[in-house]
Design a protein around this ligand. Structure first.
Ligand code: AMP
Ligand code: GLY
Length: 420
């Protein structure tokens, strides 16, 4: 079979590597991919917002199915568009993608189905928001409604900070805003919880913990993710059951009541307080870098698994995992998440990988056989091991050998499971 992957990050390179091992996949196309994916498949330079070009290429090359990595094309309705042209796609439709595309859509669903989440209010103008904020407890959380690449969330410690956040959102920092959310600050530990679904049935697809902040000690600005590990230390059967019963099932029921469904990976961003899960956000895709920690642990043939979903046959497919731990350290361009330089050469020849060591490219490109940086997050080093500490030590020693002078990375990924 021929498969196409939409996206160009570490998540998509991890998809590629898993598909390479798959029995029935003969050719992989990546739209537009990176230097890593070009070693496994064929990169196709294409504008991801041009659905028509993607459709034409897919039909011309007789690609059997597509997997969508990032949220933007999903929220913009790529699945509905391609399915109308009889192309098989693994990812949720436009209606279901509102779970990530509109925080207010998700909050209303939570309200209707009693899904545990932070208490919240929706505000349509700054006067009402400021009036509410005068009598609020701090810290408080202020969120823009739509997609904001993880940047539309403010955790405000004071009334002044909160008013500034409201002003920035209504002034259009994240696109024109008719409304915003103000919500209670939840003080607990975060956890990423995944399911895979074929639209009719679903199965759990592991847990992970990512590190969103740029600096060690989880300080500084938010990023796309500086590292992750799997499983989350919070995972256990009792908590899993609560997450399924109180959050996942009612969400899927809510979509069904609206004559929709969910096909693809659903990622619940949770905060756990005293063993109780609260939904912070939904993502309608795999997490990045969580995906890079999960897929190397998957024993089941990834291509067969996605195919089973496309045939609505997930129910009869067993998902098997390696029992060890997995940890990912992300190497970034100096300056990320602010300004940084691209087009700096990387010499990957010094990296000697053992069987359970993986490199997933993110912001890289290949020119005449050489690898250059091409983004803020550049490489993911992932190690599977019996314990998190040896996994991290190995990842850090590989990065020391790589010695890329234009990069930086956090040395404390997994500190909660290693250092405390
Ligand atoms: P989101 O984009 O909604 O996932 O928010 C980004 C990050 O902000 C989350 O990963 C949390 O660390 C934090 N956050 C969001 N909402 C809350 C909340 N209600 N209480 C505490 N932290 C939050
Ligand atoms: N690692 C966070 C995300 O993928 O949204």
């Amino acid at each position: 079979m021929k498969v196409g992957i939409i996206g160009s990050g570490g998540r998509e390179h991890a998809f590629c590597e898993s598909l390479k091992k798959s029995k029935n996949i003969e050719k992989i196309y990546c739209f537009p991919g990176n230097a890593g994916t070009s070693q496994v498949g064929e990169n196709v330079e294409i504008d991801l917002s041009n659905f028509e070009n993607i459709k034409n290429f897919t039909l011309n090359k007789k690609i059997d199915f597509l997997i969508i990595g990032p949220e933007k094309p999903l929220v913009d309705g790529i699945v509905d568009y391609l399915e109308k042209h009889n192309i098989k796609v693994f990812g949720p439709n436009k209606f279901a993608s509102q779970l990530e595309g509109s925080k207010i859509f998700t909050k209303k669903l939570c309200q209707k189905f009693n899904i545990p989440t932070a208490k919240f209010g929706i505000f349509f103008n700054s006067e009402d928001a400021e009036k509410f904020l005068r009598n609020s407890n701090y810290p408080i959380v202020i969120k823009a409604d739509g997609l904001a690449a993880g940047k539309g969330v403010y955790i405000s410690e004071t009334n002044d900070q909160a008013n500034k956040a409201v002003k920035e959102i209504f002034d259009g920092k994240f696109g024109s805003a008719k409304q915003l959310l103000i919500e209670e600050f939840l003080d607990g530990e975060e956890m990423s919880f995944f399911i895979i679904s074929d639209g009719k049935n679903y199965k759990q697809f592991g847990t992970a913990q990512d590190h969103k902040r740029v600096l060690e000690g989880d300080k500084g600005k938010n990023t796309g993710g500086m590292g992750a590990y799997s499983p989350s230390r919070l995972e256990n059967e009792v908590l899993n059951k609560k997450i399924i019963d109180k959050i996942i099932e009612p969400t899927l029921k809510g979509l069904k009541e609206k004559n929709s469904n969910f096909k693809g990976f659903l990622y619940a961003g949770l905060i756990i307080i005293k063993g109780e899960p609260f939904l912070i956000e939904y993502n309608v895709r795999m997490g990045d870098p969580e995906c890079q920690t999960l897929l190397p642990k998957l024993k089941t043939d990834f291509g067969l698994l996605i195919n089973a979903c496309l045939k609505e046959n997930l129910k009869n497919t067993n998902i098997k995992w390696h029992n060890d731990k997995s940890l990912c350290v992300v190497m970034c361009s100096k300056g990320y998440p602010d300004k940084y330089n691209n087009n700096i050469e990387l010499n990957l020849n010094n990296l000697i990988l053992d069987k359970n060591d993986f490199i997933f490219h993110a912001g890289t490109k290949s020119i005449n056989g050489k690898t250059y940086s091409n983004g803020g997050r550049v490489l993911n080093i992932v190690i599977r091991s019996n314990d998190f500490k040896s996994a991290r030590n190995k990842a850090l020693s590989l990065l020391t050998n790589l010695d890329w002078k234009s990069g930086f990375y956090r040395k404390d990924i997994g500190h909660k499971v290693i250092d405390q």
